[in-house]
Write a protein of this length. Sequence first.
Lengths: 382, 310
Amino acid sequence: MNAHHTASPPAKVSGMQTMRDKWNSLSRVQQWAVLIPLVVLIYLLPVLNPPLLTTEPNYNFPIAMFDVARYALIAIGLNVVVGQAGLLDLGYVGFFAVGAYVAALFTSPDSMLHKLPYLAVLPLAVVVTMFFGVILGAPTLRLRGDYLAIVTLGFGEMVRLLADQVPALRGNSGFQTVGHPPGTRADGTALFNQTDGKPWYWLAVTLVIGVLLLVGNLERSRVGRAWVAIREDEAVAEIMGVPTFKYKIWAFVIGAAIGGLSGALYAGQIGFVNNQKFDVTTSVLFLAAVVLGGSGNKVGVMLGAFVIAYLPLRFSGIAEYKYLIFGLALIVLMLFRPQGLLGARQRLLAKGREAYQRLLGRPEQISSDSSLVAEPGKEAGA
Amino acid sequence: MSEDVTAADQPEVPAEGGIVAEVARMSPAELAAHEAEVAEAVAPDREIEVAVGDTLLAMQDVTLQFGGLVALDSVNFEIRRGEILGLIGPNGAGKTTCFNVMTGVYRPTSGQVVLEDRPLGKRKRHEITQLGIARTFQNIRLFGEMTTLENVVVGADARHKTSVLGALARVPRHHREEREAVERGMALLEFVGIADRAADKAKNLPYGYQRRLEIARALATEPKLLCLDEPAAGFNPAEKEELMGLIRKIRGDGYTVLLIEHDMRLVMGVTDRIVVLEFGKKIAEGVPAEIRDNPAVIAAYLGVPDDGAA
Ligand SMILES: Nc1ncnc2c1ncn2[C@@H]1O[C@H](COP(=O)(O)OP(=O)(O)OP(=O)(O)O)[C@@H](O)[C@H]1O
Ligand SMILES: [Mg+2]
């Protein structure tokens, strides 16, 4: 019955595709052998301060790297909502702001609330933003696409306006001396301060890795499948037994939690929170990182975050025009590579790979992206 | 029919590798053992009574209106456990609408759908799937960016119990369910004959593969009732023949099948009973031989004589 059926059109393999295939064909041990030195290198970056990469003398390099790591964390969180579940959230900065204000309210001497240690504030920020995620998600996630975008846009603005208007949130004067993690140097000054970005960078990278592992666990489970199914065709997902509302709420809440975490991190490093940093353009910048890098691809969105956060710091000449440049870059990208720098990749289930090999007696073929098509001969099988 | 024939116009490459070749090389004894293994994995875990008998699903006076249009008009029929029931009728008769009412896409304006003596009432769509009704779509609606295997595993997830926190912490139940879902998913793909493309994105599959993946995905939810909406649309006679075999095999595994199909030879050849709709009304019901000779059915299909079409 299949004899006359057709296979995908053959074409050449792109460099990216080959790298993916190579990576997937490595054993777990080999993958770690590559990953561990890479992670060590990433941790050492601000110490190495490599000549071409450095942002100095315009901008302190460790702090620049902290900003990149913070953006990466934000992009990973927003990617759960936008990239995985396909929910357009234009108010993500709202969650970021909530996280920052939680950190400020519970650590700054300007706040009248009970003071908590900074490290206790991180999980608290996560919990509070998750709560906000439910509050915002429950009524709006029943809406479809466009409405959701508008309501989330409104939420982002609402948080900012509250910060403006509610006296306890201190508007423009804000909160000074937000807390930081404990530890002192030999000279008695705090380990985590505003001038040395290195400890903050290490903390941020550690959080990024932890969040990546946890989000990865979700993506490689029924939860991740449910998200992708919802993104692909929500009505069919529902009919195939996916409780779509529940999983959309979870995507929203998990995204919110990660946004809150990065907000609290940001507040700690800057040491000061007021109403100035949480406008719509910031939301759009976050979204640009996700779309630019490759919505739905964790590595891609981190790359996007790097581009968005790093380039204006590295080339201070362009900082002024960054919205213009990113806007143009996005338009060009959407024309020629709508999936982003690294497109979303639906990896065959980890266990599926083994089952596939066992059943067919040959390695799996990762199917190609629409634009990158598979190698001739490879497709026809062994 | 407005089918999305996405992959049908692609160049022809015979699928010769993998499981197909492997199965071809097997000795008869090996083949029998292999088939038994596949059948074992495809069969649902729970006990299913194969005897054609009591009512599985009943449409009771179901009426559905879209504004002024009466898409279903007091439709009554029953689906019995273990049978293959055909649902036929001219274009626009309300066949797909029947599926939509059974799967909770639309709520009946009046009347009710009863599954195993329980009215579906206001149940949500995913709850109805969990109660045991699964379907395919007339216009293929796969999760295009997912692989073939993942599409099926989404169906299997309907029976899974791992919570979000369980998945986050990778509890043993998560690992067990993933392993079982993949094994059963692969077996289902083999059952419908598309295992050689398990790792391909669904959108890159040839048309015939996509149709059969729809069936595999629906079966993965372990339905009591499998509803197929024109599964043979766009198939050639040889493929239709093979599909008939597949539908019989599915029934043989203990599923009850409701089949919408325009191809009379296929419907007559595979169904136990047939219900005929026209303009939202049931105009006939009976075994294939009765339906074939029923004047009302002939009139419905050929156009009523005073139209001058007969
Ligand atoms: N969502 C809807 N809104 C309005 N009218 C609808 C809707 N869905 C179906 N209809 C109408 O209901 C009638 C029955 O449609 P249905 O799709 O059930 O027919 P069908 O028997 O499946 O036909 P076909 O053989 O062409 O698939 C048609 O007149 C159709 O236009
Ligand atoms: Mg129809």
